[in-house]
Write a protein that binds this ligand. Structure first.
Ligand SMILES: [Zn+2]
Length: 281
């Protein structure tokens, strides 16, 4: 495999052209070339330390492609991207820097599904209704590769420094230095990089209608996956519900329960509770 960025662009283009909605595996073939593109872009822009800046990345995607980022200060969390005469406009509907960066890094992923040698760029592949979610996942994978590059030593220093999953507060600090959302960071550490096998982390919020705490999202380390402990089952537990209620009253900001099969450290934030679970040996 050749090392040049141009060759990597060619291989991703080839993989996109081979996409076939009848062959679900074809989506897997595209992951690697896209990952290589992201790694190359970080390298090309000589970025080793956090935060990884997206402006130089945009400038280095293709000599003929201009990318304009338009920030709209809406509360809405989504973004979109449209081809222009000379490249792309990326629209971001958020006033939060970390969310903006998530959206932009993801939208950049979509760019490689276009023919960049044409102006205006034309779509190389139109995803079918069934494929839309695959495409979205793949573009998020790409985005994490840009913002939290696996090639960066600084990423691997996180688990050299923290022998177990960092506490919610420490995770927050890491998101501040990398300027990424907590969702990106947790998926990166626990899923992509397979760190902290004995840990899981969940975003939990209070559901008024159900009158109890519910899980919004959970990220699991490998051993946690193997044990098949369901996030919903844990959170349904009465004692955990009580613990979360106490957090709400601000009695303690951090709590550890030691008589479960796992330990819990939770922290309350404005819109959710971040709850870390640590399996005991
Ligand atoms: Zn998308």
């Amino acid at each position: 495999m050749s090392d040049s960025y141009e060759d990597k662009l060619k291989s991703v283009k080839k993989a996109v052209k081979k996409l076939n909605y009848k062959n679900f595996d074809s989506w897997n073939y595209i992951k690697k070339p896209l990952q290589q593109i992201a790694i190359s872009l970080v390298k090309k822009t000589n970025q080793k330390n956090p935060p990884i800046k997206l402006e130089p990345i945009c400038e280095n995607i293709h000599p003929n492609i201009d990318i304009n980022i338009r920030i709209k200060n809406d509360e809405d969390k989504f973004g979109s991207m449209t081809p222009t005469e000379s490249g792309f406009n990326i629209y971001v509907f958020s006033n939060n820097n970390k969310t903006q960066r998530t959206v932009i890094s993801h939208e950049i992923g979509h760019i490689f599904f276009y023919n960049l040698d044409q102006s205006p760029p034309s779509k190389l592949y139109e995803a079918s209704r069934f494929e839309k979610s695959d495409l979205e996942w793949i573009c998020y994978d790409f985005g994490r590769e840009l913002l939290l590059p696996r090639t960066s030593e600084a990423i691997h220093e996180i688990d050299e420094y923290y022998s177990s999953l960092p506490s919610p507060e420490n995770l927050k600090q890491i998101t501040n230095s990398w300027e990424v959302t907590i969702d990106y960071l947790l998926r990166r550490l626990l899923h992509d990089l397979e760190k902290y096998d004995n840990s899981a982390s969940a975003k939990i919020s209070y559901d008024q209608r159900k009158n109890r705490y519910v899980k919004n999202k959970i990220w699991k380390g490998e051993n946690w996956e193997k044990k098949k402990i369901s996030g919903n089952e844990i959170i349904k537990n009465d004692r955990i519900q009580n613990l979360l209620k106490n957090l709400e009253k601000d009695i303690e900001s951090e709590v550890a329960l030691n008589d479960f099969e796992f330990k819990i450290i939770a922290q309350k934030y404005k819109h959710y509770i971040l709850c870390n679970f640590y399996l005991k040996d």
